[in-house]
Design a protein around this ligand. Structure first.
Ligand code: MET
Ligand SMILES: [Zn+2]
Ligand SMILES: [Zn+2]
Length: 418
């Protein structure tokens, strides 16, 4: 029999916990992490609830010898996006490992890997290296990231408990790198969910007339498609990174009159709806898109209405974009960079993340925060079918965190105290 209690089997067991929306089993995940945390003698364990008992938040603390120093927070989210298991090679919550070491699971990259790697690294530092931190390290497991973070990290950062942590620096999730350099993210894009709705006169399927709901919707889709193309062209021409432009992607279309066999085919419906995922870089002015939606994408004169759900617009209270400095004005930057290099890693040029994470809530509090998931030479599979991660990449990530956690928790800059 192969060994059943190794970093890889422990990772697989975490991946096997069903954490997909809309019914993530947070309590089982928290119990699993708690029992692992108990194998690290000095870790302090707290479970917090800001909303209902089914949305716990796990907070672990590795106390430093100098509590007057600002602490380091390592964050990950407990939840995952859904998976269409019939389109996967292996069941998404079985964590099947292939003969060449690829572990298939929803959450393998996003972001159950980092949640376990943090703990494996700390366990190694404490038990094998007898290392103890100068600066306190907190490890945080939050619910609800994939649905906007409002019942998770957004609550935590506003809590009394959070103030007591005196967080000076945060590491949160990043994305895999297809090259042999690790990627590092200093900002996220602002996510908006926009639903546009067209109404119009219904009519016989054979009739030609102006202003049907479908015609109005199709015109909007044409205009939006043009905008999308223009943004994408900047990327294709090499003038901007994908995360530096505004992405507008259709995520649902809803129209038609249902019938037992599908849809009624000879009637033009009186309503049509479409949903878009919009992401804007922190350098974009959100009012420009707001006006565009009102005037071009869903104009009243074309019988259209719209609803914008801002899942965060990334400005601080002064209206400045939320970005963490990646130069020496940020004392954490050189420490972090050198620690990655000390582990034999190389960092790619710092980037804005194409997607959005809970890091935005910490940046909003003015706390320097990097997105980082140590996966190199790895296809980017978050939210995709057959999400997988190679065992050797996972294990190397633990060593990278050992170096990072050791450096960040021993760096003692006197001018940098609470
Ligand atoms: C809509 S808030 C962000 C949720 C998720 N992390 C995403 O980027 O899609
Ligand atoms: Zn994630
Ligand atoms: Zn995600």
């Amino acid at each position: 029999h192969p060994p059943t209690n190794t970093p890889i089997t422990r990772f697989q067991n975490y991946l096997r916990i069903y954490t997909a929306h809309p019914n993530p089993d947070y309590n089982t995940a928290v119990n699993y992490l708690t029992s692992f945390a108990r194998t690290i003698p000095t870790l302090q364990i707290q479970t917090l609830h800001f909303t209902t008992p089914d949305k716990p938040l796990l907070l672990l603390t590795w106390p430093g010898s100098n509590p007057s120093l600002p602490s380091v927070l390592l964050n990950s989210h407990l939840d995952s996006v859904p998976a269409e298991s019939s389109k996967w090679l292996h069941e998404p919550f079985e964590a099947h490992i292939s003969p060449d070491g690829e572990i298939y699971a929803r959450g393998a990259q996003d972001d159950k890997c980092i949640g376990m790697q943090y703990l494996e690294a700390i366990k190694e530092l404490e038990i094998n290296f007898h290392y103890s931190p100068t600066r306190t390290v907190h490890i945080c497991y939050v619910p609800e990231e994939e649905v906007g973070g409002f019942d998770g990290m957004a609550r935590l950062v506003k809590s009394e408990e959070f103030k007591k942590l005196k967080v000076g620096f945060v590491l949160d999730e990043g994305q895999a790198s297809t090259t042999d350099q690790f990627r590092i993210f200093y900002a996220d894009r602002s996510p908006w969910h926009v639903v546009i709705k067209a109404t119009g006169e219904p009519g016989h399927g054979s009739r030609m007339y102006d202003n049907s709901a479908m015609e109005n919707m199709m015109k909007s889709i044409e205009v939006i498609t043009k905008f999308r193309e223009n943004q994408f062209d900047l990327v294709k021409a090499g003038l901007a990174a994908p995360s530096e432009v505004i992405s507008v992607n259709p995520v649902f279309l809803k129209a038609g009159i249902p019938s037992p066999t599908g849809f009624v085919m000879n009637m033009q419906p009186s309503e049509a709806e479409a949903g878009f995922d919009i992401r804007q870089p922190p350098t974009a002015d959100p009012d420009l898109i707001r006006n565009r939606i009102a005037e071009e994408w869903a104009p009243e004169w074309r019988n259209m209405t719209y609803e914008i759900t801002e899942k965060g617009t990334l400005k601080d209270f002064m209206g400045r974009p939320l970005m963490t400095a990646t130069n020496d004005s940020n004392p954490w930057w050189p420490i972090f960079k050198q620690a990655v290099e000390a582990a034999g890693g190389k960092l790619a040029k710092p980037e804005i993340l194409t997607s959005t994470t809970d890091a935005r809530f910490m940046r909003q509090m003015g706390i320097p925060t990097f997105g980082f998931s140590p996966m190199k030479n790895t296809p980017i599979l978050l939210h995709d079918h057959n999400e997988h991660l190679k065992d050797s990449v996972y294990l190397e990530g633990i060593q990278v965190y050992e170096s990072i956690i050791r450096s960040l928790s021993s760096f003692d800059n006197a001018s940098f105290r609470y």
